[in-house]
Design a protein around this ligand. Structure first.
Ligand code: ATP
Length: 236
């Protein structure tokens, strides 16, 4: 049973068609990568799953429930976590406060505490630095904090928009190790990336988005060996 199902989604910004008939599935426990160039529609895809843009056509289901009419907060509550492009941290709040912001809709303090402990277990570095302002973190730590915040509502599916964005290669390695760790914890991941090489190393399945359309789908191993994918997206 797919955890997430996107069926024939089309999105317009005014007259610009950002997504056209996009369909994809993410199964429980998988890491799914959507790769594509700048402007291919990757961010719009994640926003449409989160309910942040209006669909012209199509349907989104999560755990076999049609969530197309649901507002973003309700989708978050059902277990869809979102780590936006560029991280969007609150620089003048502490690490701890940034994490709390990820769970501000939860009234039960015990649940918040439990979710915070889970994030600290995954990221001991954030625990050490919980009293520091977010702006004092390094790029890699900032990405960990953004991921941690995305997990604070006990996400079952974590969506990540360009987790390697703006990071040095050695830090990208760390971020991708984190993604593997999340996977081993049973968290399902949908990530969009221009950095196709890293994404394909960690992914089980891959889709290519080009000018708003899915033009290719395969398991990640097959994709990484495909001559056209290599030439167009892996710089080979
Ligand atoms: P990037 O990696 O640069 O974020 P992307 O693959 O995520 O690219 P989107 O940001 O989803 O692509 O953009 C898809 C298309 O929609 C692009 O042509 C973009 O210019 C356009 N677009 C995105 N947001 C808006 C907006 N708010 N208003 C108008 N056009 C938009």
């Amino acid at each position: 049973m797919p955890l997430l199902k996107v069926e024939k989604v089309t999105v317009y910004y005014g007259k610009i068609r950002a997504l056209h008939n996009v369909s994809l599935e993410v199964n429980q426990g998988e890491v799914v990568a959507v790769i594509g160039r700048n402007g291919a529609g990757k961010t719009t895809l994640l926003k449409s799953i989160m309910g942040l843009v209006e669909l012209a056509t199509g349907k989104i289901s999560f755990q076999e429930e049609d969530i197309t009419p649901k507002p973003p907060w309700e989708r978050a509550y059902k277990g869809i976590g979102y780590v936006p492009e560029g991280r969007r941290l609150f620089p003048y709040l502490t690490v701890y406060e940034n994490l709390l912001m990820g769970a501000y809709t939860i009234k039960d303090k015990e649940i918040v505490k439990k979710n915070m402990e889970r994030v600290f277990r995954l990221f001991p570095r954030l625990k050490e630095r919980q009293k520091q302002l977010a702006k004092t973190l390094s790029g890699g730590e900032g990405e960990m904090l953004a991921i941690g915040r995305g997990l604070m509502l006990n996400a079952k599916l974590l969506m990540m928009d360009e987790p390697s964005f703006g990071l040095a290669p050695i830090i990208i390695e760390d971020v991708y190790k984190t993604i593997e760790k999340l996977k081993s914890e049973g968290i399902t991941i949908l990530l969009v990336e221009q950095n196709a090489k890293k994404a394909l190393e960690v992914a089980d399945k891959c889709y290519v988005l080009d000018q708003g359309e899915i033009v290719y789908a395969a398991d990640a191993e097959t994709a990484a060996k495909d001559p056209a994918i290599k030439r167009l997206y892996l710089g080979a």
